[in-house]
Design a protein around this ligand. Structure first.
Ligand code: MN
Length: 257
């Protein structure tokens, strides 16, 4: 199986590509180190924490969001790798799996300390974030308990100049890092319209629009993000409800994580 098939296997299994124009999610060839957080107002509010590695977005759902206080240990449930296109999604996931509003909360780059593949494997990933909001050293540490069906990690701020015990970043910044919009505004108006794509994200998917969306997702373009990727993402989330992980209390909360 090609590398891209393995890396995005879970992502693909949750989606029915006979019914969604969403890309199969080929792994990007470019070596990037983007970082982003999406605030996801699903049945259970959470923050989707994503780190680009090996052409995909490694992902964790952080219930309470990040903290700058090194004493806080924030539960971060590992979710499936996502294609890079997902990283610019801001808008509404319609009724179904993961339904709710998604806001781009932070964007930037991450800089692993040591070998990131080994860190992931061993359950101790240390890195520096250079985001528009979050900066400094952080660690993701995997907790191991017998019988765990999910990968439970902890997101912890390291002690450095960017540590801050007084300010809660999730309260300090309540609006979108890209559009400046509140969750309520995004919920009302959906995705920001790209000048080349006048169709509202909340509008039903017409056949013509599906075709257009499909065309925008060639593998060649998959390494870069574009506003054109929004409609397929929304559609895929509607379709994935039947394949949700039923045993996980996170099924809805981290759907389309
Ligand atoms: Mn999510």
């Amino acid at each position: 199986m090609p590398r891209s098939g393995r890396a995005l296997k879970a992502y693909r299994e949750k989606r029915d590509f006979r019914h969604t124009p969403e890309p199969r999610g080929a792994v990007a060839k470019a070596k990037g180190n983007s970082y982003l957080i999406q605030k996801h107002d699903a049945r259970r509010l959470h923050y989707d924490f994503r780190l680009e590695l090996d052409g995909v977005l490694k992902s964790w759902a952080v219930t309470r969001g990040p903290s700058l206080n090194p004493r806080d240990k924030r539960l971060a449930v590992r979710t499936e790798d996502h294609p890079l296109q997902y990283g610019e999604f801001e808008g509404i996931i319609p009724k179904g799996y993961g339904a709710g509003t998604v806001m781009l909360w932070d964007q930037g780059t991450w800089h692993p300390k040591g070998d990131p593949q080994e860190g992931l494997r061993k359950g101790a990933l240390k890195f520096v974030l250079r985001g528009k909001r979050l900066n400094g050293g952080f660690a993701l540490i995997r907790m191991r308990k017998k019988g765990d069906k999910r990968e439970n990690w902890l997101l912890v701020k390291e002690r450095d100049d960017e540590a801050d015990e007084k300010h809660d970043p999730t309260k300090q910044w309540a609006t979108s890092v890209v559009s400046g919009r509140s969750l309520d505004t995004i919920a009302k108006h959906g995705a920001t319209l790209d000048k080349n794509d006048r169709v509202s994200d909340a509008a039903p998917m017409t056949p013509a629009r599906k075709k257009s969306a499909q065309n925008s997702h060639s593998c060649r373009r998959s390494s870069r993000l574009s506003a054109m990727s929004l409609p397929p993402v929304v559609t895929s989330c509607m379709r994935s409800s039947s394949t949700a992980i039923a045993s996980s209390p996170w099924s809805e909360g981290t759907g389309c994580a």
